[in-house]
Design a protein around this ligand. Structure first.
Ligand SMILES: Cc1cc2nc3c(=O)[nH]c(=O)nc-3n(C[C@H](O)[C@H](O)[C@H](O)COP(=O)(O)O)c2cc1C
Length: 141
C-alpha cells in the first residue's frame, strides 16, 4: 500500500481541516495517509513516504507579501533532504483573499530539500472541492 504523509501548519484550524480532508480523500483511494502538524511530525517517517503533502496557512498583508509562517519554514529547514524520485511532493494552503507569493515562497524554501512540487492546492474554507479531488487523482497517477 502506498504511503502518504500530510504535514500541515495551521494557525486557527482551517489548514488542519484541509489537510485532514486531503488525507481522507487519499485513504478513499486506497492509500495509507497519515496527517500530522509540523510540530508532531517525526522526521524519520518522511523518507518512507511515497507522497508528501505540505501545507501552511497564508500569512501576509492580504494583497501582497504572502508567505508561509516561521514554524513551517523551521520545519522545512529541519527536514532531511528527500531528493530521490520518492516522495512526490504537493503543496497546499488556505487563505482569505490572495495567495500571491505563498506558493513561490514555499517552493523556494523547499529547493534542494525535495523534488519540485507537482501540485498546488488552495482553499478558502478548508473543504476539498471536486476540482481538488481531480487534481489529487492526477497527482497519484
Ligand atoms: C496575520 C494574518 C495574515 C493573513 N494574511 C493573509 C494574506 O496575505 N492573504 C490571504 O488571502 N489571507 C490571509 N490571511 C487569512 C488566512 O490565511 C486564512 O484565514 C487561513 O485560512 C488561516 O488558516 P488557519 O486556520 O489554518 O490558520 C491572514 C490571516 C492572518 C491572521
Amino acid at each position: 500500500m502506498a504511503k502518504a504523509i500530510v504535514v500541515y501548519r495551521s494557525h486557527s484550524g482551517v489548514t488542519r481541516r484541509y489537510g485532514e480532508a486531503i488525507a481522507a480523500y487519499l485513504d478513499s483511494k486506497g492509500m495509507a495517509a497519515q496527517v500530522v502538524s509540523v510540530g508532531e511530525c517525526d522526521m524519520a517517517t518522511l523518507a518512507g513516504a511515497d507522497y508528501l503533502l505540505l501545507g501552511c496557512w497564508t500569512s501576509g498583508l492580504f494583497v501582497v507579501r504572502q508567505h508561509p509562517d516561521e514554524p513551517w519554514l523551521a520545519f522545512v529547514r529541519d527536514m532531511p533532504a528527500l531528493t530521490g524520485p520518492r516522495p512526490r511532493v504537493a503543496l497546499f494552503t488556505t487563505y482569505k483573499l490572495r495567495t500571491g507569493s505563498q506558493f513561490p515562497m514555499m517552493r523556494a524554501a523547499l529547493a534542494g530539500k525535495t523534488a519540485a512540487p507537482q501540485l498546488e492546492l488552495k482553499s478558502r474554507d478548508g473543504r476539498l472541492s471536486s476540482a481538488d479531488e481531480a487534481a489529487l487523482e492526477q497527482f497519484l497517477s
